[in-house]
Design a protein around this ligand. Structure first.
Ligand SMILES: [Zn+2]
Length: 424
């Protein structure tokens, strides 16, 4: 075995976070994350390119629509094309021709959601039962978790695979994103309290193992740019568990290596999203960035920013776009509705995206009906721009001191006639 002391020291100067202006009486703030592939002004929405592509959209368009970084999925890229191929290509950014910063998640959420089929943000009102055996209807349990890791069945060919904290680090180092996440157990809000406690301890031990393996790989792979590791906080809807997770991972250090930032993870109860994010951010070190995993609904983004989250990712804007559901300042509309067949104006008059600058809603409505490929492309460009710009506007509003006015104005119009808001 190699002795750690014989390996070169880790160069960390290529990753940094500088907090900027704070939001009065709350945890919200602006900031800048610096990575070896460029800076990210925060708060920021990070478009998701699950399999190393934002579906239907070229990297040039992602850049043009204001995307500052791209987040890909370690589970999907592990299965296809495999981490070795991405590594040989020079890492995720080089492979997909995206010159800017990149993220990969740990695969924990995807692997474990094979087991139960749960959603990220749910309304708890009607879902009060607790069980550790809950599963989505008609879903086979495809993942089994134990203290050492998770065994799961590939959704592609049914073959069995195993992820441990070490495997997740090895995969993510080969994928080579600038920001990677620790492997965690993602529970649902339906698990019992005693299961949440055991799971949180498991996630804490996995976080330590991730730091050890990350340290080893960082020292071994000196030919690659520095990768920042974010610890992932769980704890479901319980204040003591969420605060404990933040304190544990916030102060965790293995041989001089600590987390560069934090992922705020787990399934989240929509009504208490802000409270839960606030608990964690109160406990976390102020000078490290916080990524709220899998959140992209407009009201949830305001809540996240206000309570201290710096970056966000979500597949919803592109997934919805491909089903002809697009954002407007007056809420989400569906272009399959016949009334858009003769709307010879853009989806949104005030949108500055490529789609709204050049095409009418009528044209997109036609492309969707005709099942033309470019329909999804144009709608995705619009939706991603809408959400990226919304978070950019939040950042500007924090700087200008009018965040709450902007929030009231935007949400009042977007959710008009739907005061209970929309869950995705
Ligand atoms: Zn647009």
């Amino acid at each position: 075995m190699n002795s750690y002391n014989n390996l070169p020291t880790i160069k960390r100067e290529t990753f940094a976070f500088k907090p900027g202006k704070s939001l009065e009486n709350s945890q919200g703030r602006t900031g800048v994350i610096s990575t070896p592939h460029g800076d990210i002004a925060t708060p920021a929405f990070i478009p998701v390119g699950t399999k190393a592509t934002i579906k239907g959209v070229l990297p040039e368009s992602v850049s043009q629509l204001g995307g500052q970084a791209v987040l890909a999925n370690a589970y999907h890229l592990y299965l296809q094309p495999g981490p070795d191929i991405v590594d040989e290509a020079g890492g995720l950014g080089a492979f997909m021709n995206w010159p800017g910063p990149t993220f990969t998640d740990s695969g924990g959420f995807q692997v474990l959601s094979l087991g139960v089929g749960f959603k990220k943000v749910i309304a708890m009102d009607t879902e009060t039962f607790r069980s550790d055996e809950v599963m989505a209807k008609n879903k086979e349990r495809l993942a089994h978790v134990d203290d050492d890791g998770v065994t799961f069945k590939s959704h592609l060919d049914g073959r069995m695979h195993r992820f441990t904290p070490e495997v997740s680090m090895q995969v993510q180092h080969k994928l080579g994103a600038d920001i990677i996440f620790a492997f965690d157990e993602c529970t649902t809000l339906h698990n019992t309290r005693s299961y949440q406690e055991r799971s949180l301890e498991r996630t804490r031990l996995w976080a330590e193992r991730c730091l050890v393996e990350h340290r080893r790989l960082t020292r071994e792979r000196t030919h690659r740019p520095y990768q920042a590791l974010f610890g992932v906080l769980q704890g479901a809807q319980y204040e003591d568990l969420r605060r404990k997770a933040a304190r544990d991972l916030g102060s965790m250090e293995v041989d001089g290596v600590s987390f560069d930032g934090f992922g705020l993870g787990g399934a989240l109860d929509k009504e208490n999203l802000g409270t839960i994010v606030n608990w964690m951010c109160e406990e976390l070190p102020y000078d490290k960035p916080r990524h709220l995993l899998g959140i992209g609904e407009p009201d949830d983004l305001f809540t996240g920013v206000e309570n201290g989250a710096d970056t966000f990712d979500c597949v919803a804007p592109s997934r919805q776009a491909r089903t002809s559901a697009v954002f407007t300042p007056d809420g989400r509309i569906n272009l399959s509705n016949s009334k858009y067949q003769r709307q010879f104006s853009p989806i949104d008059e005030n949108c500055d995206c490529y789609t709204c600058t050049n095409y009418t809603a009528a044209y997109l409505a036609h492309l969707f009906r005709a099942k033309e490929m470019v329909a999804g492309t144009l709608a995705t460009i619009h939706n991603e721009r809408f959400i990226v710009r919304l978070v950019d506007q939040m950042r500007a509003a924090i700087v200008n001191g009018d965040f709450l006015d902007f929030k009231r104005e935007f949400l009042g119009r977007f959710y008009v006639g739907n005061p209970k808001r929309q869950a995705t």
